[in-house]
Design a protein around this ligand. Structure first.
Ligand SMILES: [Ca+2]
Ligand SMILES: [Ca+2]
Length: 76
């Protein structure tokens, strides 16, 4: 039973950044737009968005959001 609980806790920890992305992606297209970022984080600026959008395609994918959470740019 203890092993099952530990595994569940680890799975939850790894899933958290994905939840952050899905919470922000309000139109469900799989990416977070500037508008969606600012809806979740009103203090986010265009500079913040550009810092997270490392491939500069104008939207934030799951990898970019997770990197931003890991770097402390976005709260997890
Ligand atoms: Ca979206
Ligand atoms: Ca991007």
């Amino acid at each position: 039973m203890k092993t099952i609980l530990t595994t569940a806790a680890i799975t939850l920890a790894f899933a958290a950044p994905t939840w952050a992305q899905m919470a922000m992606d309000t139109d469900g297209d799989g990416n977070v737009s500037m508008e969606e970022l600012q809806a979740a984080y009103p203090d986010a600026t265009a500079d913040t968005f550009a810092a997270i959008d490392t491939d500069a395609d104008g939207v934030l994918n799951e990898t970019e959001v997770q990197a931003a959470v890991d770097a402390g740019i976005l709260p997890s």
